[in-house]
Design a protein around this ligand. Sequence first.
Ligand SMILES: *[C@@H]1O[C@H](CO)[C@@H](O)[C@H](O)[C@H]1NC(C)=O
Length: 433
Amino acid sequence: MALTFKAAFLALMLALTRAAPFILWVSVILISHPDGDSALPDRCAGIEFDAITPDDKGQTFFFKGDHVWKGFDGDAQPSSQYFKELNGHVDAAFRMHNPENKGDHDHIYLFLDDKVFSYFEHTLEEGYPKEIQEDFPGVPTHLDAAVECPKGECITDSVLFFKGPDVHVYDIVTKTVKTKTWPHLPACTSVFRWLEHYYCFHGHNFTRFQPVTGEVTGNYPKDARRYFMRCPDFGHGGERTTLKCSDFKMDAITTDDTGRMYMFKGSNYMRLDTHRDGLHAFPITRSWKELTNGVDAVFSYNDRIYLIKGDQVYIYKAGAHFTLIEGYPKTLKEELNIEGQVDAAFVCPGQRTAHIIQGRKITYINLAATPREITLDAPLPFGDIDAAFCSSDGIKIFQGSNYYHYDSPMLLVMSRIAPIPLKVTSAMVGCED
Ligand SMILES: *[C@@H]1O[C@H](CO)[C@@H](O)[C@H](O)[C@H]1NC(C)=O
């Protein structure tokens, strides 16, 4: 009896062993074909992208083979759905930044072998595809990656083309190329500019670099699945803004003559004028390395940004990046001839007067005079002000989740009652409604 049982057991085991490869094979098919569509790549599986670029609406496209993903969330789709003429992979892609030439500003350029395709609003422009040489003389064929680099971040409005360890910096105005070699950077298969930051993607990782020098600072590589896509089992590794608009409170805000607008809150800052591509908080120290403790008030004057924290004033020159002027920080007394806690500050475009708000008082300071001279001290109709800025549209004064609008500093100083408060919105500062 026992023997028969043992024989039967062995026979069963043998049958199972023979069937094992078949069973495994069946289960692989079942797992990889959950909805019958075998060809869809999964970006959470850790793939290497061929190219990444935003479009004119700020939607980001991730390319892999003949598929694309639109945005940081969602499944792959055939690339021909958005770029009808594509029927295979692309080598590189970028969105043109050329405000001087409306003819190609915000166009998406896609590269394949020796050809370039130009799309606007997802329609192929007439005359494309062209030879790369025809549109971008001096730029090699069979590229690895490409990325736009606007003036201010690069020296001139440029495109960086990556091939092997070489970076070909193409000046879009003079149509000339300078070649640099950044051997310390991993071989980028795609490069993505997002909110003034430059990311080289390699494998499922990315490395952030400085677009003029190629310098890498910080802890890289990082896994793209934690930052640029929503994947189960991969939490978000960066800062998230989850503050409700009704609880919103900022520390400082400024806009400069070129229209760049920065908002500061706690240890983070956010660039607000580029909201087309999304709003995201970055550590203040990433752009202003000496400001390790947040800021109380900030204003822009000429090509400088003045950041005030406690009784210290930090002045940075704005260029490809912000550089602390030698001899700074200085005290408020030394630099602006005032003392005490500063709540908010602003300078109107093209003007020389700093308006400093402290409690229920506003002080006008002539920045063109040395030593600084106070030209007016006036009471304000309300206090508890967090931040303020002045643009060609007038002045906005922020108080928690409300703001007030005035057409000019004069009207602010002359008014005796506060105007009707307006609510900060998700579109303005990235809070949640
Ligand atoms: C990704 O980066 C991690 C370090 O963060 C490294 O250990 C890993 O080898 C990298 N993988 C690839 C495919 O580059």
